[in-house]
Design a protein around this ligand. Structure first.
Ligand SMILES: Cc1cn([C@H]2C[C@H](O)[C@@H](COP(=O)(O)OP(=O)(O)O[C@H]3O[C@@H](C)C(=O)[C@@H](O)[C@H]3O)O2)c(=O)[nH]c1=O
Length: 176
């Protein structure tokens, strides 16, 4: 199997692709439908890319039902701290979160199922590609919780005006 899947709990999976280095550089598979389906990761319906300067925080974002999204996060260039917070009110792990460093050297990816708020901090200038499952982008269903829920490693945070308006977890419209 060209991937190792490490269960981080709460349904979140760290995906470690098999890397084939040679004198030219390296090759790896990023997504493979059959292997991912076995891990209950559905097919991808949208792919996004963003570039973030060192210190940028994007998050913590989710889309509510019926437009919920799963996400596979991948960092082809740079280094990020990626975070997923459980925002399912009825979940025994509500409010708990998982953190993982994804970077251009480990090539790790993170599978975040629907029901989690997602965000990251760029630890250096970074490109993030993420694959979306379940539902496409739907602005009316976008919700967020304040980035300050997480103690980010770089204290001088660069953040969008939109993300500065996000409510606390207690006040947010979360999943049932
Ligand atoms: C997310 C998204 C944004 N956009 C547009 C809207 C806006 O004009 C511009 C920038 O959008 P945002 O400021 O929301 O981008 P950003 O803050 O990078 O939003 C992303 O953050 C990370 C943490 C996630 O988990 C993603 O799901 C997404 O919410 O891009 C799309 O056209 N399609 C999309 O799927």
């Amino acid at each position: 199997m060209p991937f190792e899947f490490e269960n981080l709990g709460m349904g979140i999976i760290l995906i470690k692709p098999k890397v084939f280095p040679d004198k030219r550089g390296f090759f790896l598979e990023v997504f493979k439908s059959e292997d991912f389906t076995k891990m209950r990761i559905p097919n991808v319906i949208q792919t996004n890319m963003s570039f973030s300067r060192k210190g940028v925080v994007r998050g913590l974002h989710y889309q509510r039902t019926p437009k919920e999204q799963g996400k596979i996060i991948f960092v082809p260039k740079g280094r990020i701290l990626d975070v997923a917070v459980d925002v399912r009110k009825s979940s025994p792990t509500f409010g708990k979160y998982v953190k993982a460093e994804l970077n251009e050297e480990n090539h790790y990816m993170l599978w975040i199922p629907p029901g989690f708020a997602h965000g990251f901090q760029a630890l250096e200038d970074s490109i993030v590609i993420y694959f979306i499952t379940h539902n496409e982008y739907s602005p009316p269903h976008e919700r967020c919780i304040s980035y300050s829920y997480i103690d980010w490693p770089i204290k001088e945070v660069i953040i969008s005006d939109k993300d500065l308006q996000c409510p606390s977890l207690e006040k947010a419209e979360v999943f049932d």
